[in-house]
Design a protein around this ligand. Structure first.
Ligand code: SF4
Ligand code: MG
Length: 314
């Protein structure tokens, strides 16, 4: 057997543990919800046996955007608000990769909002995580588009002026949305089950993760953490099944994730912390299927380039 074949056989036999996905030591504040999301992502990788060399985490700028440094996979820590176009280009040219996007609320809902809307519509097969702590953490407690009205920040010290944007409502309102879920890092079993469902979805899986920032906004989710009855879980045979939470989270309602009108109504009512799969439709058009880039060798690419140069040469 040649060296290459031996290597391939060896690679096929590999079994990955969570530790195989652990990168640098995470430098988020103690108690930051980002730690919980990182653990859930590494657990997902091991559970699904994703190969580190074909898994990519793409991020923008913000506390949560340090995520790729803490994964022992490929990663791209890019420019503020631009994680989605980078990830889209990557997936179109390398459809064999598992692509995950990690964004904060400033990154996705503010500066990256135009990319966010079109990424939903393009429905390229990837997982997009919005780690929503409802504040700009990295730049020290500035109002973000999801900061609750009246909440005092360093940029609006008398209280945030505007009604916050609701990322679930926006996502569900965009044409061609195909997977829209909400979870919370403080319900780890639900977070893990949601990441798994999102990864298995064929299309753009948008997951809003309610995330605690104990450093700047320690009070934002404290009620929901202390009183599980304030959290409402969406249940359905086609929905998300989180193991072992029924005894604690007894406030559950049935919601059919095929019903987009009911999903929009549930999303509109932001008075409740509601976790579950709001909507899924795998039949929606995917840009990566419609415009798949054929695999070409380096020589073929050069020949195509030369043809183009010849066409425009004077
Ligand atoms: Fe986490 Fe907030 Fe600290 Fe940023 S500032 S690392 S979001 S706790
Ligand atoms: Mg934030």
């Amino acid at each position: 057997m040649s060296c290459t074949l031996l290597q391939a056989a060896h690679e096929d036999d590999r079994v990955f543990e969570m530790a195989d996905y652990q990168g640098a030591v995470a430098r988020w504040c103690p108690g930051c919800g980002d730690h919980s999301v990182l653990t859930a992502a590494q657990r997902l990788m091991a559970d699904e046996q994703l190969r580190p060399e074909t898994t990519v985490f793409v991020s923008g700028i913000g506390c949560s955007s340090r995520f790729p440094h803490y994964m022992k996979t490929y990663g791209f820590h890019g420019v503020h608000g631009r994680a989605l176009p980078v990830a889209t280009g990557l997936k179109l040219t390398r459809p064999d990769l598992d692509v995950f996007v990690v964004m904060g609320d400033g990154d996705c809902v503010s500066i990256g909002a135009s990319h966010w809307v079109h990424a939903i519509r393009y429905n390229v097969d990837m997982v997009a995580l919005l780690l929503d702590n409802q504040i700009y953490g990295l730049t020290k407690k500035q109002t973000s588009p999801t900061t609750p009205q009246g909440y005092k920040s360093n940029t609006q010290p008398h209280g945030t002026y505007l009604v916050p944007m609701n990322p679930m409502e926006v996502t569900l309102g965009v044409t061609n949305a195909s997977f829209v879920a909400q979870t919370a890092e403080f319900v780890p079993a639900h977070l893990f089950a949601t990441l798994k469902a999102a990864h298995r979805h064929k299309g753009f899986a948008f997951v809003r993760i309610l995330q605690r920032c104990p450093h700047f906004t320690p009070d934002l989710f404290s009620d929901a953490v202390k009183k599980p009855d304030l959290v409402e879980i969406l249940t359905h045979p086609e929905g998300i099944h989180a193991e072992g939470i029924d005894g604690i989270y007894k406030n559950q309602i049935r919601h059919d994730p095929a019903d987009i009108h009911a999903a929009r109504e549930l999303a509109e009512d932001s008075s409740k912390v509601r976790l579950g799969l709001f909507f899924r439709d795998e039949s929606r058009a995917r840009y990566d299927e419609i415009r798949s880039v054929p695999k070409r060798t380096a020589r073929e690419k050069i020949e195509l380039l030369n043809e183009d140069f010849d066409r425009y040469a004077v």
